[in-house]
Design a binder for this molecule. Structure first.
Ligand code: F6P
Length: 372
């Protein structure tokens, strides 16, 4: 019998935990099924260029494959650009050329949509795993990378608290999340923020200044920690963006606007400082939870291929892996924060300012499995 050969690729932005998923796929595929596993470098670029990285239990470092548990990023490399479909035919042919009998991919909703399109055109056996620090992929409670990033931001907030308290300053901390803002809400609560701004809920600078003054007068707390999601807009609704070296518009800088407005709004009585955490949020060693989730998801992806099930995404629901149709995931993503959910309510009941809830934007929160 011909030995089955499966590929694995990582697509979109990197995040901690991807290597744990790769390790799980390689280990389970080889130990349980005696399949050959090849890595496809740099996502679809590897298929286009017919590149492979043979993966086995020994060759990954002197410590063997288990060392991948504690390595951030992705050993396969990844690209985070949307130009893949321009050479779709060549990419599609790469699957056959490399002799693949199945392909396991990791991605957020953007890359999974592209990969699904390629897979359907090329008749690939595709199984996907959700990964994104933004945690906005539908039908899964967790995406690989989210937990580590929440921990990274939480630690940063703790560090900033000491210096904020020493100088009686307002620290404005900008965090990633693109169109979804789970990172700001989760880490703001975990890191002891006084104010959390997310685009799903409008805010007012006057109310932020009032909150800080209340902290000072009522609680004698002379500093404040304000977490703002990068997708928050100005009070007039304008996003803060810049054009990157490839000409793409990217979110950054709303923290500077908020800091300036808070200073002005307090007649310069409040001293503000800005920290944009940037890609620090995507680096680092995966947390234990991300390792566990990524390992279980990777193992389940191999199970699906073994059962000849594809065009599916392995999802994390009710604390364990399961699988759902990829089409359904893509129809529902991205999942935003529910302004009426338990986490916003929790923040509010602790006295955290989360915006003007009575003016909350209407969102289709019922599309989500996640009610945070
Ligand atoms: O989607 C993940 C993410 O980290 C976003 O939170 C962020 O806005 C974006 O990717 C940054 O992308 P890049 O690494 O391409 O600058």
């Amino acid at each position: 019998m011909v030995r089955r050969r499966i590929g694995i690729l990582t697509s979109g932005g990197d995040c901690p935990g991807l290597n744990c998923a790769i390790r799980a796929v390689v280990s389970h595929a080889m130990l349980t099924h005696d399949w050959e596993v090849v890595g496809i470098p740099y996502g679809t670029k590897g298929l286009l260029e017919r590149q492979i990285l043979p993966l086995n239990l020994e060759n990954l470092s002197v410590h063997g494959i288990d060392s991948l548990l504690s390595v951030g990023g992705t050993i396969l490399g990844s690209i985070n650009r949307g130009d893949t479909l321009e050479r779709a035919d060549e990419i599609i042919a790469g699957y056959q050329y490399l002799g693949l009998d199945g392909l396991i991919v990791t991605g957020g909703d953007g890359s999974l949509a592209i990969l699904r399109q390629l897979a359907r055109q090329g008749n690939w056996k595709l199984v996907s795993l959700p990964k994104t620090i933004d945690n906005d992929v539908a039908l899964t409670e967790r995406s690989i990378g989210f937990d580590t990033t929440v921990n990274t931001i939480t630690e940063a907030l703790n560090r900033l608290t000491f210096t904020a308290a020493s100088h009686d300053r307002v620290m404005v901390v900008e965090v990633m999340g693109r169109s979804a803002r789970h990172l700001a809400l989760h880490s703001g609560i975990a890191g002891g923020a006084d104010i959390i701004l997310i685009p799903e809920i409008p805010y007012s600078i006057a109310a932020i200044c009032a909150k800080i003054s209340e902290l000072r007068q009522a609680r004698g707390r002379m500093f404040a920690i304000l977490v703002v999601a990068e997708g928050v807009t100005t009070e007039e609704g304008k996003p803060s963006t810049y054009i990157d070296s490839l000409g793409q518009e990217r979110l950054r800088g709303i923290s500077q606007y908020i800091a300036e407005q808070v200073s002005h709004g307090s007649n310069n009585s409040l001293e503000t400082r800005v920290t944009i955490l940037g890609h620090v949020q995507r680096g680092g060693l995966p947390s234990a939870l991300d390792r566990i989730v990524a390992t279980a998801l990777g193992k389940t992806a191999v199970d699906l291929l073994a059962e000849d099930k594809h065009d599916r995404m392995v999802a994390w629901q009710n604390g364990q892996p399961t699988s759902v149709p990829l089409e359904e995931v893509l129809q529902r993503s991205p999942i935003l924060v529910n302004p009426r959910g338990y986490l916003v309510q929790t923040a509010q009941s602790l006295g955290i300012y989360v915006g003007e809830l009575q003016q909350e934007l209407s969102i289709a929160s019922d599309r989500s499995l996640i009610i945070n």
